[in-house]
Design a protein around this ligand. Sequence first.
Ligand SMILES: *Cc1c(COP(=O)(O)O)cnc(C)c1O
Length: 478
Amino acid sequence: MAESQGAHMTPEEFRRHGHALIDWLADYHTRVAELPVRPSVEPGDVRAALPAHPPEHGEAFADVLSDLDEVIVPGLTHWQHPSFFGYFPANASGPSILGELAAAGLGVQGMLWETSPAVTELETHVLDWLAELLDLPARFLSHSVGGGVLQDSASSATLCALLAARERATDGAATSAGVDRALAVYASAEAHSSVEKAVRIAGLGTDALRLIDVDERYAMRPESLARQIAADRADGVLPCLVVATVGTTSSTAMDPLRATAEICGGEGPWLHVDAAMSGVAAVAPEHRGMHDGLELADSYCTNPHKWLLTNFDCDAFWVADRAPLLRALSVVPEYLRTAASEGGTAIDYRDWQVPLGRRFRALKLWFVLRHYGAEGLRAHIRHHVALAAELASWVEAHPDFELTAPVPQNLVCFHHRDGDERTARLRQTLNDSGELYLTHTRLDGRYTLRMAIGGVQTQREHVAAAWEAITTAASEPT
Ligand SMILES: *Cc1c(COP(=O)(O)O)cnc(C)c1O
């Protein structure tokens, strides 16, 4: 059959190739468990398999598709593999993939209400839904002066929180005249690297970041925070932002929100709560204790794109008062003036984020929430939390291994009792096997394995097989 390559794909070709691609993805998800989790490629191997120059003549879609098999898949680390336990989960569920496709297919821009009213209103609406599902404080809902927005990532949410905090702390001076006085940002020593990145991007400089020490559970010590803030004030430094982490990346440590908020005291530094991985667990009421005191925070974020069945990118970010955020980020050139915006009746999400243009991210989250329902979301979280608890019990019962942090949710941190070198070698052996994938961290200076359980396809058999592989590798002579 003649193909239109070199010209636009006809609707009929699009239909046919689209069906082929969906079939290909369905097959990929069916067979991903049989692939090695991590590819055995050296740097440069993937590029070496690609032509040096772009094609002069359009190519057949079938050839592009076959290169997914030949060139791309062999060079992937398979995040959707049921035995991928590294970093954090990156859930790509069926409804979310379809939502992503629908968003791409509609090809709309949601920077202003006017540029596509449904993009804005669906986003506001699903963020209110998600706030209800997580039982977040009412002040984050859109009918108050607060509200939610979808960001690409938790890193962007932290940056936006910092820009709003800087605006509020300096009464607008930093937004208009730049940062001309010493400001300080506080986060625990276990906080995510995106806090330091935000501090740099906002022009405060890394030295403005105060890393507060943690307790034996790796949670921020409020009394240390209070001391540091007092010392800064005495030195004429203006406390601008405190980032509390609910579920640190290294070990799911939970900073105490209420005590932290009381130190911020409403008038003081802005309190942003980073719950990128762990926050979504609040769909299950037994996990809501981590949010105690959240009603005192100024902003909050969590990532459905990690552990809530929504493919990257989808970070949900809420503010209790949108005014400082808008004052920090709203720049309105003539060509973007609209009656709806001027009337103040519509939300223009361009003012809630760094870029102007924006994707229709709400669609995939809406597909996910509707497909699973609250019940399905709870079951998803509980399934992994139960598996993590079971794995933790196996680690505790084993003479060679030891837990290195509490296991409140789906992340199990442990090491080999023989120490760092033994533990690091074990990880290398296991990852080289291709049967599972683990990443590491350091807790209290000790090399620690992290096993994050949260894959869409991850079942008990995969966790049990991983533990079997770990203990078998550990029992082999070294
Ligand atoms: C994963 C993670 C982040 C970064 O998330 P992105 O969305 O990739 O920017 C930030 N904070 C915590 C606590 C995380 O777990």
